[in-house]
Ligand binder design. Sequence first.
Ligand code: 4NP
Length: 175
Amino acid sequence: MKDRTIEATEGKISVLFVCLGNICRSPLAEGVFRSLVAKAGLQDHFVIRSAGTGGWHVGGPADERMRTTAQRYGVSLDDHGAYQIAEKDLETFEYVLVMDRRNLEDVRALDSAERHSEKIKLFRDFDPEPGDRQVPDPYYGGQEGFDAVYRMVDRTSRALLEHLLEEHRIRVDAT
Ligand code: 4NP
């Protein structure tokens, strides 16, 4: 099984994207955000991971339809191994960004002492066009659902990166 050990997050901006199965939406958010960070040359500033609230797909690859969709935009999800979120992840990560309200409820339930409420947020809270602030689950639908998810994840990831760079006062030198 893929090694999901998390390197030291000290001094880094750590982001965990969370959905239900960790095979469609959160692996896409991880891949898209990672690719934006790499393009900006900022990979050393970040620890970026994803997780599911459910354990059905643990150790398995990202959904084939999501992989193909991402690949079309130059984002590879081939290195993915699904992971189920655990309570300790709420200690490790500084931002826990969930895809829908069911995820929000499930992750909050893991935080029984309510010590991490501040860091658990809907990912689309950062979307400049937030709609209902959820990324819909494309799993049981058609290709148009995967395309729509790609567009909202891409748009939100760009805004999220800008927000985090501002919050952490990281400057990107224009080249
Ligand atoms: P995801 O989609 O939460 O975006 O990874 C799903 C994938 C699988 C299942 C549900 C949602 N499932 O029930 O197996």
